[in-house]
Write a protein that binds this ligand. Structure first.
Ligand code: ZN
Ligand code: ZN
Length: 436
């Protein structure tokens, strides 16, 4: 195994305890680290311990008030419900919805928690509330929320919607997203999305006839269609789409947007998209000739597994990071700990290995890659915190992961034309980014 790439197998309890120790050493990064630790505890099914961590983070006596207390409460609620504390979970979820957070993650967590416990109507309402809050200009004006934000019940300015939309290659995505997106940013709303959308008009309670109630008048302007709604809102769009398919609701404008975003994301990743409608269609079961409740349950479980992937992404928002030693640091490291020389034959080889490791990870489909830069003193401190000697090469990947968890990773690959990550001062394309 390469010493400076992350191990595949994770002992979640050990990882959580390591992150907790690290949080003790770096109180300013504790929120980051303890949220990671709690995610590992949840994955290990140590849910009561995870709850303790969430409580510690939002405790009024915490040394550092959390940056995102609403997210922590949402995670706590989802975790509580998973081990039988339903009433408490529901109360917290109501509270989270009541605060109408302006970032997507708490909405996603609580809506998916409701969905996971078969509260489909509540999940539907929550996904919708979140979208109204974050895309206040409605499905046709996602990125215009900041400018146009007079539309809909959730007309308050949504910070989340101010994130530049379509930051990831809007041109490329638009070019392959199908006829709906052919007009790109200049396509008028009316042409792209049905004007009879009910999505922006409030909680869209279905009536007995299955028809959504009339939306409240919104005066939503016919803004140009956004290239793409902000990335963090995608799970809300997809989740709402999924729940509405399970509820047998007809498509509305948010659903059409979900379909389009799904297509453009698949295309941008070079994949042939399986249409969202196929992924989310419970009728697939019936088409297979089964109305067996076990089959239906299996399908719902499969759909819920999709939730897991987002939950997992949240639990690892930091990149998979490869460790980089600048030349002077590497010299100092190998002088002090010659046992590590086997890992690093030369600085030049070390740099080449970093680049090739990252390319290999990227080629195998690993998203969110990064580089962390080591220093000898911080590495020694890390070894001490682990109660071991710095000349143990198995410590290197753990050190890299910990730096990444502390938010110290720089994304890879660098932007086109940006300086190379190695610090040579040359552009990436002329340095380690040179192809071949
Ligand atoms: Zn659809
Ligand atoms: Zn370079």
């Amino acid at each position: 195994m390469r010493p400076d790439t992350p191990a595949d197998h994770v002992d979640h309890i050990a990882e959580a305890e390591r992150l907790e120790r690290t949080a003790g050493l770096y109180p300013e990064d504790a929120e980051h680290l303890l949220l990671q630790a709690a995610a590992h505890l949840e994955l290990a099914d140590a849910r009561d311990r995870a709850t303790t961590l969430y409580d510690r983070l939002i405790s009024p006596s915490a040394a550092h008030p959390p940056e995102n207390p609403t997210l922590i409460r949402a995670l706590k609620a989802a975790n509580l419900w998973e081990y039988g504390h339903e009433a408490e979970a529901r109360a917290i979820i109501d509270g989270v919805r009541g605060t109408a957070p302006t970032d997507a993650a708490p909405w996603v967590i609580v809506a998916e928690s409701l969905e996971a416990h078969d509260e489909l109507d509540q999940a539907h309402e929550t996904f919708t509330e979140g979208l109204e809050r974050l895309l206040s200009a409605g499905p046709g004006g996602a990125a215009g929320a900041g400018a146009g934000g007079t539309a809909g019940a959730g007309a308050a300015r949504a910070e989340g919607a101010a994130v530049p939309a379509g930051a990831a290659d809007p041109g490329e995505a638009g070019a392959v997203a199908g006829p709906m997106a052919a007009g790109g940013p200049v396509e008028p709303t009316a042409a792209g999305w049905p004007a009879e959308s009910t999505a922006a008009g409030g909680p869209a309670e279905p009536t007995e006839t299955g028809e959504p109630v009339e939306p409240t008048p919104t005066g939503r302007p016919a803004e140009p269609t956004a290239a793409e709604p902000p990335y963090p809102t995608h799970p809300l769009l997809f989740g709402r789409h999924r729940v509405r398919r399970l509820l047998g609701e007809a498509h509305d404008a948010w659903d059409a947007l979900a379909d389009r975003v799904h297509r453009s994301r698949a295309a941008a990743a070079g994949r042939t998209p399986v249409p969202l409608d196929e992924l989310h269609d419970p009728k697939r079961i019936w088409a297979l000739g089964s109305e067996n409740p076990d089959d239906l349950r299996a399908e719902i479980t499969r759909l819920q597994a999709e939730l897991g992937s987002y939950r997992e992404a949240l639990s690892r928002p930091f990149p998979v990071a490869v460790l980089h030693w600048p030349a002077t640091e590497l010299t100092e490291l190998l002088t002090a700990y010659p046992a590590l020389s086997a890992e690093y034959p030369s600085h030049e080889a070390h740099l080449a290995t970093i680049e090739s490791s990252l390319r290999e990870l990227a080629a195998s489909g690993t998203p969110n890659l990064g580089i962390v830069t080591g220093t000898v003193p911080s590495y020694e401190a890390f070894a001490a915190s682990e109660g071991t000697s710095p000349d143990d090469p198995s410590l290197l990947p753990q050190y890299a992961t910990t730096l990444a968890a502390r938010g110290r990773a720089v994304g890879w690959p660098p932007e086109r034309g940006a300086e190379c990550w190695c610090g040579s001062g040359r552009s990436y394309g002329e340095c380690h980014g040179v192809s071949g």
